[in-house]
Design a protein around this ligand. Structure first.
Ligand code: HAM
Length: 519
């Protein structure tokens, strides 16, 4: 007999559990409060968007879009249409007269429902869909005439019918967000935020999804805390302030071994990045034979990404390649110099890293990455940069933009590795009660204590005092409030301090006073 398999979280996803979630909450609360001091407001975009948004923003050729997105069709159509579509799509080639007629009937129903879907707007009236329905009708109408002639004739007609059915586009193609910059830009455009006082400063936190190979610090559902500044200005002070904000946040959390790398990757004009990429490509061609397969392939597809290589034997070769800082146009060079001055002004320490190119297509000029201790190979806790022109690329007005995203999972991991994890959450008061009357008092006491903010554990069934105290101890409670019928009738309650076993008697108001003084 097949054994019932247990359900488990999908590979690359996991449950975040107490007490660790207390640390997640602390991190998120700190982000809310630090970002608010820099004038940022929170945005909560949806977790899925049209695939096309990410393809256009992040870049169709990037790993994120070409390999790692969770993409699905969103069937905004009736169950009937969906069901008929599946039946026709998965129908076997008909073998007999009856089977052929049956398939023709089924297809006839599909056509009728699809046409009414076009009328009601559930099915998009695209040229592709109109053509697909005509084709389905054509092949379906041939079936009855072929019904008597056997599978040799009906088979090819059924195959063509299935092809036409596949062409019917039942819904939008959506993807779980692999990042949120694209969503924030989409939202800026959708809500005409260019009419608000500029720049618009937004931050977000939440899950992102990438189908990467899971390992320490790398998940398929992971969490980011990010921020974006959008508006008309690309003043270097904006770049520096955004970076200062992340560093302040990390500092507030006590993150250890924080290192900030910065670079400028210029902009997409003939006298700037493209000219450098040509030079880089030429230099790479010269050393091609000494490079590994991945880097060799990237010479053609994206030479800048060769600089990202972690392969030991490629490092000495890469060190000899031309550097983008020496090939920036005058404007980009001036901007980069000003960003560095602005960082110094704010007392933000940084290291210039000419090899810092980011894996998303929208960047220009300033790019940065922050690493922290205790993370092994996945040690980037934050990545970001400037992306002027992205809003325009997505159909909005000409807009400058810069932002970053912190990998919250990695941030938490690094805090834990360095002794900044959350302590197990105990209870303030465990109420050990015995007897019906005592229970009514215990319920009221629990309510009063919780109302003033104490965490209280009230066992739902009666326990012997010994057992109750044992449980109180296991839960890490600070105090046990002992309520028996005697205590209730005398109006004098016993409070036991679990750490040293001492007991004191209080009236109800005295107890509240005491706990407020010694919480
Ligand atoms: P990103 O470099 O792709 O940039 O991701 C930012 C951070 O998210 C990384 O540094 C890392 O900490 C974390 N991260 C990425 N993938 C994973 C994963 N599979 N598991 C765990 N953590 C991960 C962006 O996403 C850009 N949208 C950042 C940005 C905002 N640039 C401008 N504005």
């Amino acid at each position: 007999m097949a054994s019932k398999s247990k359900f488990q979280a999908i590979r690359g996803t996991r449950d975040l559990l107490p007490p660790e979630t207390a640390l997640w909450n602390r991190v998120e609360e700190t982000a809310h409060s630090v970002f608010a001091t820099f004038g940022f407001g929170e945005i909560r975009p949806p977790v899925f968007e049209p695939t096309e948004l990410f393809a256009r923003a992040v870049g169709g050729e990037t790993d994120i879009v070409s390999k790692e997105m969770y993409t699905f069709k969103d069937y905004d159509i009736s169950q009937e249409l969906q069901g008929l579509w599946s039946l026709v799509f998965s129908a076997r080639n008909p073998n007999t007269y009856d089977e052929t007629i049956e398939l023709a009937k089924l297809t006839g129903r599909l056509i009728a429902v699809a046409r009414s879907g076009l009328e009601s707007g559930q099915l998009s009236r695209t040229p592709e869909n109109l053509r697909a329905i005509d084709q389905i009708e054509l092949y379906s109408s041939k079936l009855p005439g072929l019904a008597n002639q056997g599978p040799r004739e009906t088979g090819p007609a059924a195959a063509s019918l299935r092809d036409a059915v596949t062409d019917l586009d039942l819904g939008d193609e959506l993807s779980l967000r692999p990042e949120a910059t694209a969503s924030v830009c989409r939202s800026y455009i959708e809500h005409n935020m260019q009419q608000l006082p500029q720049p618009v400063k937004l931050y977000y936190m939440g899950p992102m999804f990438r189908r990467e190979r899971p390992q320490k610090g790398r998940y398929r559902q992971f969490y980011q805390i990010g921020a974006e500044v959008l508006g008309g200005s690309d003043a270097p002070g904006i770049d520096a302030e955004v970076i200062e904000m992340v560093m302040t946040f990390f500092d507030r959390l006590g993150l250890a071994g924080v290192e900030l790398d910065i670079n400028s990757i210029g902009h997409n004009a003939p006298d700037c990045r493209p000219a450098y990429v040509q030079k880089l490509k030429a230099a790479l061609e010269q050393v091609k034979d000494k490079l590994g397969a991945d880097s060799r392939r990237r010479i053609e597809t994206n030479p800048l990404r060769v600089l990202d290589s972690k392969l030991e034997h490629e490092q000495a070769i890469i060190a000899t390649l031309p550097r983008i800082v020496d090939h920036l146009c005058a404007d980009c060079a001036a901007h980069y110099a000003a960003v560095k001055r602005q960082l110094e002004l704010r007392g933000v320490f940084f290291k210039e890293n000419w090899r810092l190119v980011r894996g998303l297509d929208y960047y220009m000029r300033t790019t940065f990455e922050i690493t922290a201790k205790g993370l092994g190979s996945q040690n980037a806790v934050c990545g970001g940069g400037r992306y002027d022109g992205l809003v325009e690329l997505l159909g909005g007005p000409a807009t400058k933009g810069i932002g970053f995203a912190i990998g919250e999972d990695r941030l938490i991991l690094s805090l834990q590795e360095n002794g900044k994890g959350a302590a197990p959450q105990g209870r303030d008061v465990y109420i050990a009660w015995m007897g019906e009357r005592a229970y009514a008092t215990a319920v009221r006491a629990a309510k009063d204590l919780r109302n003033v903010g104490f965490s209280v554990e009230l066992p739902p069934t009666e326990l012997k005092f010994g057992k109750a105290l044992e449980r109180a101890d296991k839960l890490g409670s600070r105090y046990a409030l002992i309520l028996g019928d005697n205590e209730v009738s005398e109006g004098s309650w016993t409070l036991k301090t679990l750490a040293d076993g001492t007991q004191q008697k209080f009236t109800e108001p005295e107890l509240l006073e005491f706990l407020k003084r010694y919480p």
